[in-house]
Design a protein around this ligand. Structure first.
Ligand code: ATP
Length: 353
């Protein structure tokens, strides 16, 4: 949560569903509470309903019957977007190409009748905050993609919105710039304390920016939780695989032990089932001496990936395990290795999905 939850509002989406005129079911009834000042990320594959949910919060789309949107407890379902005090940034920045940077940032203030002196002060603050000092008098078509993105953000927050809605704002940028802006955006959102709802299909972006993440699949909420919870304690195979690399293995369970072809692993959870689907993140598997391990396998391949090495070990589980190991140890294809996994790094998933 942000330190200064200044002027954000809490947002509640209650039983909001959406079926479009052509019969497309974009959203199953969803209920969601977003705390004042929180950054909530909607994460999911293309077409899962993220943008639809965002547009319902904005007031650009009406939810199906009995669906309600509440800001600080007040029902705004019938309130049009211009009266909701929301700021929006889309993937395509939708800036005014013929206006200068300063005019773009000040636009919302001008139409709200904010006097010129106050406007100038506010624009100067935002220019500094979004790192675009010196560009105030440039036209939009004279800016780079990253600069345009900053202007779009500055314009959206200039009106001091109660809720900031961001729909894949970094998607159009190259990888290096995205990384840098992600950090800047995180700092900016935290310093402003605006309640923010951020749509992305990029799990790294979601992890870095979200106080909580809502993982969506086919119009429904698959899981809501803090980034670490979603990553280490996914509730389904879909979530496990969507938010990161995952080893999914099947095993018999006997007395809190997964019985595997190459030995066994102890799980933390007390399970009643005799057959389990387990998820283990590649970086939580340690490569140790065979004598020190309860599980062993044969190294199938080792690839150097820069800051670490990716090791594939066969024969330990029902399928080859992928391990992200530190560079230190020399591991060769053909070696027999022991594998160690902390019990709480093994997540048991429901059998289905
Ligand atoms: P993306 O990441 O590709 O933007 P998304 O998760 O934001 O996807 P939505 O834009 O919410 O997905 O769309 C959800 C579903 O609703 C999709 O199947 C989409 O084709 C459909 N849809 C969106 N808008 C309309 C519309 N106006 N009429 C009919 N169907 C629509």
């Amino acid at each position: 949560m942000k330190a200064d939850a200044g002027h954000g509002v809490s947002v509640r989406i209650e039983a909001c569903s959406k079926t479009f005129a052509d019969g497309t079911r974009a959203l199953e009834p969803a209920t969601l509470d977003i705390a004042r000042g929180e950054t909530l990320v909607l994460l999911g594959p293309s077409g899962c309903g993220k943008t639809t949910m965002l547009r319902i919060i904005a007031g650009l789309e009406r939810p199906g019957a009995s669906g309600r949107v509440l800001f600080d407890g007040a029902d705004v379902t019938a309130v049009p977007i211009e009266k909701r005090n929301v700021g929006m940034v889309f993937q395509s920045y939708a800036l005014f190409p013929n206006m200068t940077v300063a005019e773009n940032i000040g636009y919302g203030l001008k139409i709200r009748g904010v006097p010129a002196r106050e406007r100038a002060t506010r624009i100067a603050e935002l220019v500094a905050l979004t790192n675009i000092t010196g560009l105030e008098d440039r036209r939009i078509d004279q800016l780079s993609g990253g600069q345009r993105q900053r202007v779009a953000l500055a314009r959206a927050v200039a009106i001091r919105p109660a809720v900031l809605l961001l729909d894949e704002p970094l998607t159009a940028l190259d990888a290096a710039l995205r990384d840098r802006l992600r950090g800047e955006l995180d700092r900016l959102l935290r310093s402003l304390g605006i309640t923010t709802i951020y749509v992305t299909h990029d799990q790294a972006e979601a992890m870095a920016l979200g106080d909580r993440i809502v993982v969506m699949s086919k119009g429904a909420i698959a899981q809501i939780g803090a980034p670490r919870e979603i990553y280490f304690r996914p509730v389904s195979r879909f979530v496990a695989e969507f938010v990161g690399a995952a080893n999914i293995l099947e095993a018999e369970v006997v007395e809190r032990r997964l019985r595997l072809p190459g030995g066994f692993l102890t799980v933390a959870e007390n399970v009643s089932q005799t057959h389990a689907v387990a998820m283990i993140r590649p970086e939580t598997i340690g490569i140790v001496a065979v004598e020190a391990a309860t599980l062993a396998g044969r190294v199938e391949s080792v690839s150097f990936v820069g800051d670490r090495q990716r090791v594939v070990v066969a024969g330990a589980a029902d399928k080859p395990l992928t391990i992200e190991a530190p560079n230190g140890a020399t591991i060769r294809a053909g070696d027999t290795v022991g594998l160690a996994v902390a019990p709480d790094a093994i997540r048991l998933l429901p059998d289905a999905a």
